[in-house]
Design a protein around this ligand. Structure first.
Ligand SMILES: Cc1cc2nc3c(=O)[nH]c(=O)nc-3n(C[C@H](O)[C@H](O)[C@H](O)COP(=O)(O)OP(=O)(O)OC[C@H]3O[C@@H](n4cnc5c(N)ncnc54)[C@H](O)[C@@H]3O)c2cc1C
Length: 811
């Protein structure tokens, strides 16, 4: 066994084998994999091993396409061919129009990744799958490349290729402890000795948290028991003369594929069970949980109804094994939050289909610092500290119960709610708030117009449309109040704080005390990594001169890790998170200044406190810090208040606002308004796949300033043709917004992808942002957007159609 290597991958299931192989493909051959038993002795050995192309966003579709292409190549390797039934095809069924709309949207989105799904009706479903009935069926989504693979052969093939490229694999070598040294490299302690390495990767399947514990980390991953059975031969399959396509059924929660001349049927029962919550037997190796088919009778009935031939088929084998789930159902692939040189590829619930792609994207991140796609949807830093073992289990159960029922836009499921609240949450609830969840925080989405008001889940504009309009109009014409909790806030102190930020940000960093600026930072490839406000606070009885760094709630771990990683040892810079201590109340509208002046002493006039100023003050008796910034495009103030004083501040604002009939507004109104202003959302419109020039942020880049992260790479990119442009679109339909991922085309040629869209209530137009190939990006150009299966006309418009000169914002 080597005593030193570059990377140690821990775990020899599909996750570990794929990572090892792809590390060698990215050019690193001094890498090893350690496995406590034999390869594939965790979940991988008994997987149903279906391989599908379906994903809810372009990154997932892209990584699954990579799996499929790789598996095809492996299956055709003359030296070591493996069994892969590629291209049996598969159908995701639907019995509601809303589900069909979802499929239409996902088909539009996949086109941008060169994947052709087909939305088909019930007759066509029955034609393509001769065993199914059309009872209670509207249609489905056809995925032509679906199939299944031999999981053991797949892992052996990947390990074999990795070994050929120089990697080493140590079987029967349990990792017993991990030590991080002062230079941030690691020692991996195993039963057969120690291995020093630069980087470790946790790929330990259901034992993820045993290894997590060795480095003091809890990963939000829970295992669920999951069952399938195999039937005896079914005559209709034997005589069909072709293989049956896969089935995925959100109506009755099962999946199905052909196995020999019978079927393999897997279940997602409502009466489901977590597994291993109180520890896992060390001897649970190549093992299964006891069968329990009684638990799945509810789902089984639906399957019998859909495939009557099943009723005659004998069952010859039942498999019940642990399968991992994360808090939002998507895996955790990337850097481990708060740790250096430590990565994970865990929480895979469809690891056979996705594993090839996840290993590929992870290896790119390890070797190059970033992958070819934006990987936020699988980034382990997308959650914060609230994702404890109990919350993870609740969400895992909910996700398992809804395995094939994708989330609709604005759908926030009930399990594990109220993980993070403020003293105002229950007050807003009493006022009729409907809540959305942002990084665990309960945020007001909108105020329900009546107590029993409900929207229909779907992809079209919903019943809340008129209420959102009322909230927007009140902000535009009067004054509104909105709580923004969980906004990521980092206090930066020390004499080098501005030099440090100058190194991080690609543009000029506001340094003047009492002033606020907006900035963007890049990765080492010159691509957009993040966005933050930089506010400079004076020395006062609340602290020394300091910067408040503010960014999206979801970026809490992501941004802190990035800042910490780029501190130099001699920098006099201290970083402290205030995210969980402070909440923002936004006061917005033409009467905002009058309300603020009524509840807070001092001169709040335009001259004394212009746009982009910051000041410490009191709101009533509550200590507060006010910034003159606006995401809505109206005159607005962000009032930052310690949570202990939030209720007092709220009462003072409400009292001052009484005479103006101040009203609450929520996140959906904000989203509509920011789209009219050309303001971007991190990880919807700000992606690592595009540089700041492509994203239209030229005025936030200063190529003449000293070094900043990504400058050289950006210079290189600047010297080449700009390939894409973020544009604003006006879309000619009142039926549905353009959801992120929808495809843009001209003469059937794909030319771009929508990032976000909604109705702009002040300009009364359906608007969206999209990345589009530069040659089609001029203002006034006409394109088509594929919205729910229809090609809708759209026109490229100026990026800020509401108050383009920013006169209103400046008050
Ligand atoms: C019944 C069932 C059906 C499924 N069907 C499908 C399907 O059709 N399609 C699909 O895509 N997915 C399916 N899955 C999910 C898929 O099988 C998993 O996502 C995948 O196998 C997970 O692979 P892994 O490498 O992450 O974990 P594992 O296969 O569990 O591998 C982890 C490895 O880490 C090793 N390890 C753990 N601790 C240590 C340590 N301390 N030191 C060294 N090594 C260690 C283990 O021994 C193990 O070999 C199914 C799962 C189940 C349970």
């Amino acid at each position: 066994m080597k005593s030193r290597t570059k990377v140690v991958v821990i775990g020899g299931g599909i996750a570990g084998c794929s990572t090892l192989y792809h590390l060698t493909q990215e050019g690193w051959s001094d890498v090893v994999l350690v496995e406590r038993n034999e390869l594939t002795s965790g979940t991988t050995w008994h997987s149903a091993a279906q391989v599908t192309n379906f994903g809810m966003n372009q990154t997932m579709v892209g990584l699954k396409s990579h799996s499929i292409n790789l598996y095809k190549e492996l299956s055709e390797d003359p030296e070591y061919p493996i069994n892969y039934h590629h291209g049996d095809g598969g159908i995701r069924l639907a019995n509601t129009e809303a589900q069909m709309d979802g499929y239409r949207h996902f088909a539009s989105m996949a086109k941008g990744m060169k994947v052709d799904f087909e939305v088909i009706d019930a007759d066509e479903c029955a034609k393509r799958h001769p065993l199914i009935s059309k009872n209670n069926l509207l249609g489905g989504l056809w995925d032509p490349s679906d199939g299944d693979i031999d999981p053991a052969q797949l892992c052996q093939a990947l390990a074999r290729r990795a070994r050929k490229a120089g990697a080493e694999v140590y079987r029967n070598t349990p990792v017993t402890a991990l030590t991080q040294k002062s230079d941030d490299t690691w020692t991996v302690h195993t039963e057969h000795g120690d291995i020093d390495c630069d980087i470790i990767v946790n790929a330990c399947g259901y034992r993820v948290n045993e290894v997590g514990l060795m480095m003091g980390v809890h990963h939000p991953v829970t295992s669920m028991e999951h069952q399938y059975f195999l039937t005896e031969d079914i005559p209709e399959i034997k005589s069909a003369g072709r293989r049956m396509p896969l089935l995925r059924c959100p109506i009755s929660d099962y999946y199905c594929r052909q196995e020999k001349n019978g079927l393999l049927l897997g279940f997602y029962e409502q009466d489901c069970k977590t597994w291993g919550m109180d520890g896992i037997d060390p001897n649970f190796v190549n093992a299964l949980c006891p069968d329990d088919l009684d638990r799945v009778t509810d789902v089984l009935e639906g399957a019998f109804d859909r495939m009557p031939a099943l009723m005659e088929a004998g069952i010859h084998t039942v498999v019940n094994g642990p399968i991992t789930y994360t808090i939002d159902g998507a895996p955790l692939v990337g850097a481990i939050p708060g740790k250096r040189n430590a990565f994970c590829i865990i929480g895979l619930r469809a690891g056979l289909g996705e594993g090839g792609g996840h290993g590929w994207l992870l290896a790119q991140q390890i070797v190059h610092g970033e992958a070819c796609y934006d990987t936020w949807c699988i980034d382990p830093r997308r959650f914060a500290r609230h994702t404890n073992v109990e919350l993870t289990a609740l969400k895992a159960i909910e996700d398992y119960q809804n395995e094939f029922r994708f989330h609709f836009p604005h759908e926030h499921r009930p399990a594990g709610r109220n993980a993070k609240t403020t003293p105002l949450t229950s007050i807003f609830a009493e006022k009729g708030a409907e809540f959305t969840v942002v990084n665990g925080w309960e945020r007001v989405d909108y105020i329900k117009p009546s107590k029993d008001f409900k929207t229909t889940l779907g992809f079209k504009f919903d019943e809340a449309f008129d209420q959102i309009e009322r909230e927007v109009k009140n902000v535009q014409q009067n004054v509104g109040l909105c709580e923004v909790n969980g906004f990521n806030r980092i206090e930066i102190t020390g004499s080098d704080r501005h030099n440090f930020l100058d190194r991080i940000f690609c543009g000029n960093v506001k340094k003047q005390t009492g002033k606020v600026g907006l900035g963007y930072f890049l990765n080492h490839h010159g691509m957009l990594k993040g966005e933050a406000t930089i506010a400079n606070l004076p020395q006062s009885d609340r602290g020394p001169e300091r910067v408040w760094y503010g960014s999206a709630a979801a970026s809490e771990y992501h941004d802190m890790d990035w800042l910490r990683q780029h501190l130099n040892p001699n920098d006099d810079v201290q970083l402290k998170s205030l995210t969980n201590d402070i909440t923002i109340l936004v006061l917005a509208g033409p009467n905002a200044r009058k309300v603020l002046s009524t509840c807070s002493r001092g001169d709040w006039s335009k001259d004394a406190f212009p746009w982009l100023s910051i000041r410490e003050c009191f709101i009533g008796i509550a200590p507060a810090t006010v910034m003159g910034v606006s995401f809505s495009g109206e005159l607005a103030y962000e009032i930052h208040i310690p949570n202990a004083s939030l209720y007092a501040a709220y009462l003072a604002i409400q009292k001052a606002g009484l005479q103006f009939n101040i009203k609450l507004f929520g996140a959906r109104a904000v989203d509509s308004m920011r789209l009219e202003k050309g303001f971007l959302h991190w990880k919807a419109d700000i992606l690592t796949e595009f540089d700041p020039f492509e994203t239209g942020l030229d005025k936030f880049v200063n190529m003449n300033k000293n070094e900043f992260i990504g400058k050289e790479a950006l210079k290189n990119r600047q010297s080449k043709e700009c390939l894409n442009k973020l544009v604003s679109l006006e879309i000619s339909t009142k039926i549905a917004p353009a959801h992120g991922g929808a495809t843009l085309s001209i003469k059937n040629k794909v030319i771009g992808t929508v990032t976000s869209g909604d109705w702009g209530h002040r300009i009364n137009k359906n608007i969206a942002y999209a990345f589009i190939k530069s040659e089609y990006s001029s203002i006034g150009s006409e394109v088509f957007v594929d919205i729910l299966g229809e090609k809708i006309n759209a026109k490229i418009i100026e990026s800020c159609p509401y108050d383009p000169n920013f006169n209103i914002i400046k008050g």
